[in-house]
Design a protein around this ligand. Structure first.
Ligand code: HAM
Length: 422
């Protein structure tokens, strides 16, 4: 779990702003859900047999004895909120997005944190493959809008409850002859969650998986038609994708479409994001069957890729004015002036304590201020202030009563506006 310090904040702000604007473009509305949920939500929705539920969930009892969990992901909470607030009464599909922390007790390693943040979006209440295509195109547009280039979209269909059992039996039959060669994790997967055999990262297991039966060869006619239509839509949208027959996901609620966004250089950091269709999830929560499809990206991984690809992000807004003061009287004047400047919407920082002018100017530089207003004993006597342009080093004396107007004017000139526009 990490602290996010001020120098990293511009990147976080940048990613969140791009996330919100892509959602505005596609008509997805924001939704916040609590960080803590009833643990049963995830055991029902995500299902036992997955690492995320069985091994990685932070579970605890509250003082009333209720079993709660820190959310390991965002889709199940969104579906709970959809049901709890009767969003099924709205015109369907309902399109929602969220940005927030998720918690997984994973083995810490590069790109894997116990608290990470996800930006996710979900379209609930419609089973059309056009919606899967919209979600995938939206994921791509979001990543491109960040300035990321080197990524690819992997796509697969894992069928539905009608056709998947036939596939799982075939997979088990295939793996039976390799049991002795599998890694210990895969041996356990053979019993607990055979689909996950396909995405083991161990080299020999990958070789075995490569020749395994493919999900797409077992799709029922409806799932096949859905998958073909989705690919046609993506081609119309000119959204490139790679068919990846070994793609399965770490959560058990998926039906039909699954997809992941992989960085081009497959690093140990793993996928930038992933998603898919979850047409049985809402039924598993006890409501009438309702289709859904969505995607979530990991913000930490996006930021690490932005750094690797050296994408320029806008710097944090700097302080325009720094007030340096020498002496008790000047300090009081500085207090008053700071309030007036902020009232005029000029970002202002005051120097605290009795520091030398040199150290105050150093602080002003460190915060990137454009101007320092120096209030010393002499200035107090003449009711003036020394205005220092931090870039050129030029200084000029202005009457105290004119400081705000002068700064406003200089700022307007810097921005190329006429002073009246400010
Ligand atoms: P997920 O693939 O488990 O899917 O997580 C989504 C993304 O969150 C991952 O691709 C990765 O970027 C990031 N992520 C996951 N775990 C960690 C971690 N321990 N540390 C850092 N980043 C991590 C879901 O959670 C689904 N709810 C996505 C979805 C939305 N499916 C349908 N709608």
């Amino acid at each position: 779990m990490s602290d996010i310090l001020p120098p990293e904040q511009p990147l976080w702000k940048y990613v969140k702003e791009k996330a919100a604007s892509v959602c505005d473009l596609y008509g997805y509305q924001p939704l916040n859900t609590p960080v803590i949920e009833d643990a049963g939500l995830f055991t029902h929705a995500v299902a036992g047999g997955t690492d995320i539920v069985d091994k990685e969930m932070y579970i605890f009892k509250d003082r009333g004895g209720q079993e709660l969990a820190l959310r390991p992901e965002g889709t199940a909470p969104v579906c709970r909120a959809y049901l709890e607030h009767g969003l099924f009464n709205l015109p369907q599909p309902v399109k929602l997005y969220y940005i927030g922390a998720s918690f997984r007790y994973e083995r810490p390693q590069a790109g894997r944190y116990r608290q990470h943040h996800q930006f996710g979006f979900e379209a609930i209440g419609d089973a059309s493959p056009f919606l899967d295509a919209e979600i995938i195109e939206m994921a791509q547009r979001f990543l491109l809008s960040l300035g990321l280039r080197d990524f690819s979209i992997h796509l697969n269909s894992i069928g539905c409850r009608t056709c998947r059992p036939g596939y799982v039996s075939a997979l088990k039959r295939y793996y039976a002859s390799f049991e002795g060669e599998l890694c210990p994790d895969c041996k356990a997967r053979l019993e607990r969650n055979p689909l996950r055999l396909l995405d083991c990262k161990k080299r020999h297991c990958q070789e075995i998986a490569e020749a395994a039966p493919r999900t797409t060869a077992f799709l029922c006619p409806d799932c096949l038609a859905h998958f073909e239509s989705l690919q046609e839509c993506l081609n119309i949208l000119k959204t490139p994708f790679l068919l990846n027959h070994r793609l399965v996901r770490g959560l058990d609620y998926y039906t039909r479409t699954v997809f992941e966004v992989q960085p081009q250089e497959e690093t140990s950091q793993g996928a930038l994001g992933g998603g898919g269709r979850y047409d049985d999830l809402i039924e598993a929560l006890g409501a009438k069957p309702t289709a859904g499809v969505g995607f979530a990206a990991g913000i930490e991984r996006l930021i690490s890729n932005l750094r690797e690809q050296q994408v320029n992000v806008p710097p944090s807004p700097h302080i325009t004015v720094f007030l340096a003061s020498l002496g008790a009287e000047a300090r009081k004047e500085s207090l008053k002036l700071a309030s007036v400047l902020r009232g005029a919407e000029i970002a202002t920082m005051e120097s605290a304590g009795n520091k030398s002018l040199k150290s105050q100017l150093k602080q002003a530089n460190a915060r990137g201020s454009s101007y320092t207003v120096i209030l010393g004993e002499e200035e107090m006597k003449s009711r003036t202030a020394m205005l220092r342009d931090m870039k050129s080093g030029e200084q000029r004396l202005v009457p105290l009563s004119q400081v705000v107007a002068t700064l406003r004017q200089t700022r307007a000139l810097e921005r190329g506006q006429s002073p009246g526009d400010t």
